[in-house]
Design a protein. Structure first.
Length: 89
């Protein structure tokens, strides 16, 4: 993790949002002279889809004449989950 050190300030001085926005410096991983990074769009659009199909057929007792006590217990279960987590930094 990188750290930010600000010198020449009293330790009890609080900076408002305007003063904090004026804080500059540090070492960037890349540097493009003249490029305005404040206009950089880092919007991320994500989409997750789950498509499921389930066909259950119980052909119990077909073509059987004069039979009894035929049981057919069908309990199909289908589950799906999505987690949409994006960590940019």
């Amino acid at each position: 993790m990188k750290s930010l050190m600000i010198k020449d300030l009293a330790k009890t001085e609080e900076l408002d949002s305007r003063a904090m926005s004026a804080v500059r410096g540090g070492n960037s991983a890349f540097f493009i002279p003249g490029y305005d990074f404040s206009k950089l769009d880092v919007t991320v659009n994500t989409q997750q889809l789950i498509g499921q199909t389930q066909n259950v057929s119980s052909a119990n007792g077909n073509n059987a004449a004069f039979v009894s006590d035929i049981d057919s217990n069908v309990k199909p279960i289908q589950k799906a989950t999505n987690t949409n987590t994006i960590n940019l930094f």
